[in-house]
Design a protein around this ligand. Structure first.
Ligand code: DCT
Ligand code: MG
Length: 399
């Protein structure tokens, strides 16, 4: 009999059998079983997190706290709220009361206090205070510009600047090329990219790479690979099945997009990948593969169902942020896993590898510190298997 099946109990009651002792025992067993079922791992890479978030009311609040701690460069609480948000995102149910959370990892006192406020009043006063704070609002506005990070935003804030017009009017500020494009295309870039637009861009890149080489490999990664309907950009991996042939691929794609007249901005970074320098110590750092950060012009006619633009926008095109990364084929699985995200999923994969397996994982490789050897992989499944993890599908990595 299955321990969750209680028909034996109701049957016994009906037949008047003495069941008290057996009942108590089985209720205990059942309780333990349910608790075990409900065990949630502290690692995002051991949880399945779809795009359906049943606890958005809490995670939205936590994300504001993550932002302010990031602006203030306070790492501990920042990480704590990131982890808490990620745990709640993985739940297939909505938290109704604090008691629901007693089995969950990564929820500290501060986190629970915020949740309690939200449960009681429908909102958090601490979060509302941050949202109405001038410094928070200004830093949030400034960092929403492509090419402006928290440091630059803080610098401008300290100079007393509060709006885009003040920045653009300040003759002492020299915007770099990325920031200039960021301001120029602000309206388009700050507008979400739809899945239809991402697929249209895939067609454009696909055509470009296959015109360059027939053995090109193209993969849509980032949020769209995880099944998101909208994203802030579109991420692709492009390479060639023949090792070494991927060198020079990105410059040729860039050249082609330029000739097509759709390249609005391009920041190309050549590869600094050196296999002899692995394993890398700086895990949060950007990987060493050749990559480019682009802004492309997408025409309405190229998108099935039309562009995701504001009502009344009659230009017939929009600008979209696109990232291309080009690893050599023997690094493909690691790059694909790394660029598929989510960022929290990646952070926890690396932490799990380090803490639980004594291994180092990054976008380039997996290194076993005990055996002192690199572990080869041609698919993402190989990497999960090396780590002794159940395979998590991309659409379950929205941690
Ligand atoms: N990534 C990485 N190293 C970086 C930056 C990103 O490995 N320095 C990975 C992690 C996620 C993935 O690339 C895509 O990054 P984003 O586009 O920022 O995230 P996203 O999940 O695609 O989210 P969005 O939908 O907002 O684009
Ligand atoms: Mg993305």
């Amino acid at each position: 009999m299955h321990v969750l099946d209680i028909s034996w109990f109701t049957d016994s009651m009906r037949e008047g059998r003495p069941v008290a002792v057996e009942t108590r025992h089985l209720i205990q067993v059942r309780k333990k079983y349910i608790e075990k079922l409900a065990t949630v791992s502290q690692y995002a890479c051991q949880r399945r997190t779809t795009t359906e978030n049943n606890n958005k009311i809490f995670t939205d609040a936590f994300e504001v706290l993550v932002e302010i701690y990031e602006f203030n460069e306070i790492e501990g609480p920042c990480l704590a709220f990131r982890r808490a948000a990620s745990v709640l995102k993985s739940l297939p149910w909505a938290v109704q009361c604090l008691g629901d959370t007693h089995n969950l990892p990564c929820l500290g006192e501060h986190t629970k206090a915020i949740m309690e406020e939200i449960l009681q009043y429908g909102r958090s006063f601490e979060v509302e205070k941050i949202l109405s704070d001038e410094r928070y609002q200004t830093l949030k506005l400034f960092t929403s510009v492509f090419g402006v990070g928290p440091k630059t935003a803080e610098k401008w804030y300290r100079r007393g600047l509060r709006s885009f017009s003040e920045i653009l009017a300040d003759r002492s500020i020299r915007l770099n090329r990325m920031q200039q494009s960021g301001f120029q295309h602000y309206g388009d870039i700050s507008r979400a990219v739809s899945k239809a637009e991402a697929l249209a861009l895939r067609n454009i890149i696909d055509e470009a790479v296959h015109a360059i080489t027939p053995d090109a490999v193209l993969a849509l990664t980032g949020g769209f690979r995880r099944g998101k309907e909208f994203g802030h950009d579109v991420d692709f991996i492009v390479t060639t099945t023949e090792m070494g042939k991927e060198e020079g691929l990105l410059p040729r794609i860039i050249d082609k997009l330029t000739k097509e007249g759709i390249l609005l901005y391009c920041d190309y970074q050549a590869s600094t990948f050196d296999i002899s320098k692995l394993p890398s110590r700086r895990f949060e750092a950007m990987d060493h593969f050749a990559k480019c950060f682009l802004i492309l012009r997408l025409e309405d006619s190229q998108v099935g169902g039309g562009l995701h633009i504001a009502e009344g926008d009659i230009r017939g095109w929009r600008a979209v942020r696109v990232d291309l990364v080009s690893p050599p084929m023997d690094r493909y699985a690691f790059a694909l896993l790394g660029w598929s995200g989510s960022r929290q999923f990646e952070r926890d994969l690396r932490r799990f590898a380090r803490m639980e397996r004594h291994m180092l994982l990054d976008n380039h490789a997996l290194y076993d510190k005990t055996k002192k050897e690199f572990l080869a992989a041609t698919t993402e499944k190989d990497i999960f298997a090396h780590l002794g993890l159940e395979y998590i599908e991309p659409w379950q990595r929205n941690a």
